[in-house]
Design a protein around this ligand. Structure first.
Ligand SMILES: [Zn+2]
Length: 284
């Protein structure tokens, strides 16, 4: 991506280097404890475990350390991508006759406190509807490259756009509708509903990519392919196979690689949010 010199968003909260220990649960168990607590409290575990489940906790890079030049550059990159996503959704909401409330994006190292609970980097990037913030530990980006085989800056841009897709769903009331069904459906049926919500977030990431591609000098050749590759790399089937060696379709919460790629591409090709009704689609 040719991102240098483009507008940066004011909505990035950089909490890297601060470290999260001592805030709430603390320690390496933090992420796990929170997920369990959250289940018990009736929260939406997907808000916490959003994700791109990675095999084991990620390395926590340098909590309490000053940011390196590379860290700063990554932060700038994220700000530029977020700014572009803001522009696209602002225009889309305007077309629908609605105002767009921009989400914040929190960069953190290791662990973070959110309105959805305390989370560790092992939970992967997530969106919290309670505070309308996207949370990303950029060490996940390294994991995408090394463990998941999804290199390239556009792979990270896709992840950011997917998370902001959840924010769009939140603004449109879709998140509330899905969560209202929680507890009234079997776990298996609820998981299927989650898959539809996740595939819609992929579709919305694709809608952003559609407009990003039209913007002058932003994308380079190979970027879109990096995004498509990343969408495939985080499919439930592929991640399950990689982490546990076998696939349990009833436990899917994000969709298969093939589905994630297909819905991302549908958004990319149409740029039309009316085409993204994953809940009404007979075939996902
Ligand atoms: Zn998601």
């Amino acid at each position: 991506m040719r991102w240098q010199g483009r507008r940066k968003s004011d909505n990035v909260e950089d909490r890297r280097g601060i470290g999260g220990r001592g805030l709430a649960v603390g320690g390496g168990l933090g992420g796990l404890v929170i997920v369990v607590l959250y289940f018990l409290l009736g929260g939406n575990p997907s808000e916490i475990t959003e994700s791109l489940q990675v095999d084991g906790p990620l390395a926590t890079t340098g909590a309490g350390q000053p940011l390196s030049e590379k860290d700063k550059e990554m932060g700038d990159f994220v700000s530029v991508v977020l700014a572009d996503i803001e522009d696209v959704w602002k225009a889309q909401f305007q077309q629908m006759g609605q105002g767009y409330r921009e989400p914040k994006l929190v960069l953190f190292t290791g662990q973070v406190d959110s309105a959805c609970g305390y989370a560790g980097a092992s939970s992967g990037p997530f969106y919290c509807p309670g505070d309308s913030k996207v949370y990303i530990d950029l060490s996940f980006f390294e994991d995408m490259q090394r463990k998941l085989g999804a290199p390239g800056d556009f792979a990270l841009a896709y992840v950011i756009a997917h998370e902001v897709g959840h924010h769009v769903q939140n603004l449109l009331g879709i998140n509330d509708q899905v969560m209202a069904k929680r507890g009234r459906l079997s776990e298996r049926d609820f998981n299927q509903l989650m898959v539809r919500m996740e595939l819609q977030a992929d579709f919305l990431a694709g809608v952003w990519a559609h407009y990003a591609r039209q913007s002058t000098d932003f994308l380079e050749s190979g970027d879109i392919e990096e995004g498509i590759n990343a969408a495939g790399a985080v499919g439930d089937d592929r991640i399950m196979k990689q982490t546990q060696g076998y696939i349990v379709p009833d436990a899917f919460t994000h969709g298969t690689s093939e589905q994630r790629v297909r819905w991302f591409k549908k958004g990319l090709e149409t740029g039309d949010i009316r085409q993204g009704d994953t809940f009404g689609a007979a075939n996902l």
